[in-house]
Design a protein around this ligand. Structure first.
Ligand SMILES: NC(=O)c1ccc[n+]([C@@H]2O[C@H](COP(=O)([O-])OP(=O)(O)OC[C@H]3O[C@@H](n4cnc5c(N)ncnc54)[C@H](OP(=O)(O)O)[C@@H]3O)[C@@H](O)[C@H]2O)c1
Length: 296
């Protein structure tokens, strides 16, 4: 597979640019100057999309400063802030705030970030998102989900959407069953948490809380890595890239070094293909273990 085609399917997550984030983070929030270096490098390598949200602290503002100088450098996906009483004017004002922070006139995607809020007033929020599309403030509307049950709710109630962001990785394949139907329906699918917020890089002995229950699978991943001479990031990234139903793979990095390593190692996709059947077996369906908010 040509490098350009692989890199075009990679998107950059940006929560790390707006706040301290990640279960293994030793570096804190990425400094503004390093964020600019990361974005410049990503742009040069052919990465086309950034994933952000108004809830990611300074992220939209930092990206906005870069985009003010590098107009249209990236497609942007942002997300509606949490609000249990979301109404039409809240949705309208929220996207205007994001467009202002980001220094752009329209977004590629705008997603519901808190599914619980949507469940409380689905019709209002859904109609408001549709209106944003008609006003050409956004090209694609959709949801960022945590649980397959949320997708079932959307299908059951016939809620229209163009774009879905889901957690999908070697350890978390809970959405696997739905991917073919999503593809058939023409939905664009973005996968995140390929590194389980960085937990896959940790020594299994250092895992805490419910994550300790993933020790066996993470140890097996490390054993595969040394036996197959493939880095953890090479296996995690390519496992998801090998799934034709996934359009974009969102990765988070805490530094330019991590991005360079990840983009270099993703090129060993053909070697990962051989281990794919074994990696499929490392899945964990217990949401206490694979859903970060349950990690306590
Ligand atoms: N609900 C939502 O919509 C939602 C939820 C979560 C994330 N997201 C999006 O997804 C993006 C990615 O976040 P994620 O939670 O999914 O994280 P992830 O991609 O699973 O993991 C990212 C973390 O992995 C570690 N890492 C990455 N490359 C590495 C390397 N080469 N070597 C060692 N460590 C490395 C870094 O953490 P350390 O340096 O700390 O190890 C980094 O912060 C976010 O920026 C955000 O845009 C969205």
């Amino acid at each position: 597979m040509k490098k350009e085609n692989i890199y075009r399917r990679i998107a950059l997550g940006t929560v790390q640019f707006g706040q301290v984030y990640g279960v293994a983070n030793q570096r804190g929030q990425v400094q503004r100057s390093e964020v600019f270096d990361i974005l410049k490098y990503a742009q040069e390598q052919g990465i086309e999309l950034l994933d952000t949200a108004s809830a990611y602290g300074e992220s939209e503002n930092v990206l906005g400063e870069f985009l003010a100088q590098e107009k249209n450098a990236f497609q942007i996906v942002s997300k509606l802030p949490a609000n249990s009483q979301a109404n039409a004017s809240f949705v309208q004002q929220s996207i205007l705030d994001s467009l202002h922070q980001l220094n752009v006139s329209r977004l590629y995607g705008y997603l519901i970030h808190q599914f619980e809020d949507f469940e409380k007033c689905p019709d209002v929020v859904s109609a408001s998102l549709q209106k944003l599309k008609e006003e050409k403030r956004v090209e694609k509307i959709g949801f960022s989900l945590y649980h397959p049950s949320e997708l079932e709710f959307l299908w059951k109630h016939g809620v229209p959407f163009d774009l879905l962001q889901i957690p999908y990785s070697i350890l978390d394949q809970r959405f696997e069953l739905y991917l073919k139907d999503l593809k058939k329906s023409g939905t664009e699918v973005h996968a995140r948490s390929l590194f389980l917020q960085g937990a896959v890089f940790l020594d299994p002995k250092d895992l805490k809380g419910n994550l300790q229950k993933a020790q066996t699978q993470i140890q097996q991943l490390h054993d595969f890595s040394s036996r197959e001479k493939l880095s953890i990031q090479a296996m995690c990234l390519n496992f998801v890239l090998l799934n034709p139903c996934i359009d974009k793979v969102i990765i988070g990095v805490d530094g330019l070094d991590q991005l360079k390593k990840n983009l270099n190692d993703v090129l060993s996709i053909s070697m990962v293909e051989k281990t794919y059947p074994s990696l499929l077996k490392l899945r964990i369906d217990d949401e206490r273990i694979v859903v970060p908010k349950n990690w306590n």
